[in-house]
Ligand binder design. Structure first.
Ligand code: HEC
Ligand code: HEC
Ligand code: HEC
Ligand code: HEC
Length: 362
């Protein structure tokens, strides 16, 4: 072998290994999820799944509270949400939220000094809204969370700030003039599965209710406003985010013969449809109104507060915590306690109703 052949051989070996570095190490396991031959296969790597099971173990519940006794509303000075609980239930909730949200910091994370009625820490103000939001999810969004429900732990997992939140993305800074804008694209984005799709589909789909559509039903350009190329790209960004957040392929929900066809889609797609409406509701009724309460370091580059998306609860798994229900052990946070509908919820409800009818008509 002369030196040139050897060099060429080394180069080829280098090229091949560079290619393989980007690949996932086998084995992979596949599960047929649709009718045979429809390609509705879910691909998982057992190694990754084992790690996820480890990360999704749920903490043991605190023993249930004794019934009876005075209500927290009567006993304490400044209780606005949990006033329907008795003192034992109330104290149980305080202990539980401390272990779920601020295990290191303890009660002092939300309470300043010995005056527990004091509201001067922003964390307490946020936590009060979070208590309301958790009850609202468990009470009003059963069509997404079912009887499994959520607790603070679903999102927080022992951290004061959940691992997955988002802010409005200003896009990359660009030279002015002929260079043109990037349109938030062509930078591999971690929120959209490292693809070069637009980075921030969230504002328009998970706060506002822009239509999530690609397929036009009329061949004439302009006949159906909104079915533009950017609309298509944003839709795909959101879909990448949904797949990544749930750790599934597109075919978990869709039949790739026709992504739009509800008849050919699998049942989780309907659950996802409600999930999108739920996230819109939570962001606009609970997180956005808190924007001014959060300190500057929690705000995004455009000054908006942190908001949630599918990853905030799901964290890479098709059902958060693999479907284990912590909420059933915490009736204090259950839907039975949900506050009456807020104005903004009523609006979302009517809008969701209209959209449901549109879907049914398709
Ligand atoms: C993550 C934030 C958070 C943590 C941690 C926390 N609390 Fe609270 N606490 C609150 C909120 C919010 C309220 C008000 C609830 C309401 O308005 O319904 C409250 C209210 C109280 C009150 C009622 C005070 C009054 O007179 O109005 C007591 C007592 C209390 N907490 C005790 C505790 C104890 C003890 C701990 C630690 C084991 C603790 N809390 C940890 C958020 C927290
Ligand atoms: C659906 C997801 C979700 C649930 C459920 C949830 N939270 Fe949160 N929480 C968030 C998000 C998102 C933030 C914003 C985090 C940030 O600042 O980056 C947040 C922030 C907070 C903060 C402020 C943290 C800080 O330092 O800025 C507190 C305190 C808090 N939550 C308490 C609670 C409590 C108590 C519960 C249960 C009653 C709860 N949360 C349930 C999503 C959730
Ligand atoms: C967890 C379920 C789920 C996954 C996974 C998912 N989708 Fe979707 N997809 C939906 C839902 C729900 C809608 C309808 C959204 C709406 O109308 O609010 C939708 C809509 C779409 C549309 C628009 C169809 C139309 O009517 O024009 C396309 C295209 C699409 N998805 C492609 C994809 C691709 C590509 C992937 C993988 C990267 C994917 N989806 C992953 C649930 C899912
Ligand atoms: C507040 C927490 C929370 C958020 C945010 C959330 N989900 Fe879920 N999701 C759940 C829970 C809890 C379940 C399990 C429900 C059950 O056990 O029936 C679930 C179940 C699902 C399922 C059914 C999975 C299956 O295997 O049947 C899909 C699909 C889904 N979510 C999609 C989404 C999408 C898409 C988003 C973002 C638009 C989203 N979810 C946001 C809490 C959440």
């Amino acid at each position: 072998m002369n030196s040139n052949t050897r060099r060429l051989g080394a180069l080829i070996a280098l090229g091949v290994s560079a290619l393989l570095v980007g690949c996932e190490r086998p084995p992979t396991a596949t599960e047929q999820r649709g009718y045979r031959g429809t390609g509705m296969v879910d691909v998982q790597n057992p190694r990754t799944v084992a790690g996820l099971h480890e990360a999704n173990k749920v903490p043991d519940p605190i023993p249930a509270a004794e019934p009876g006794g005075p209500s927290a509303g009567a006993q304490f000075k400044n209780v606005k949400v949990l006033n329907d609980l008795n003192v034992a239930e109330f104290t149980r909730v305080m202990v539980a939220i401390t272990s779920w949200v601020a295990p290191k910091e303890g009660c002092a994370y939300c309470h300043k000094g010995a005056d527990f009625a004091d509201d001067s820490l922003y964390t307490k103000v946020v936590a009060r809204q979070m208590l309301q939001m958790t009850r609202h999810i468990n009470g009003k969004w059963k069509n997404h969370v079912g009887d499994t429900g959520v607790t603070c732990y679903t999102c927080h997992r022992g951290n004061p700030e959940p691992a997955f939140v988002w802010h409005n993305d200003p896009g990359a800074r660009m030279a002015k003039g002929f260079a043109g804008g990037l349109g938030q694209q062509n930078r591999p984005g971690t929120q959209v599965g490292l693809t070069a799709m637009p980075q921030d589909p969230f504002g328009r789909f998970l706060v506002k209710d822009d239509p999530i559509r690609v397929i036009a039903h009329d061949p004439l350009p302009g006949a159906e406003p909104g079915k533009t190329i950017p609309q298509t790209e944003w839709t795909y960004s959101l879909m990448m985010h949904m797949s990544e957040s749930l750790g599934v392929n597109c075919t978990y929900c869709h039949n790739s013969r026709s992504f739009a066809d509800w008849g050919a889609s699998s049942p989780p797609r309907a659950t996802a449809w409600y999930g999108i409406r739920m996230v819109r509701d939570l962001n606009s009724a609970y997180l956005e109104p808190l924007a001014s309460v959060f300190p500057d370091e929690d705000k995004g580059p455009l000054g908006d507060g942190p908001k949630l998306n599918c990853a905030t609860c799901h964290q890479g798994v098709h059902k958060p915590l693999y479907g284990a229900s912590m909420a059933k052990d915490y009736p204090e946070l259950g839907g039975g306690h949900a506050a009456p509908e807020k104005k903004s919820d009523a609006g979302t409800g009517a809008r969701a109703e209209r959209q449901r009818t549109n879907v049914a008509r398709q």
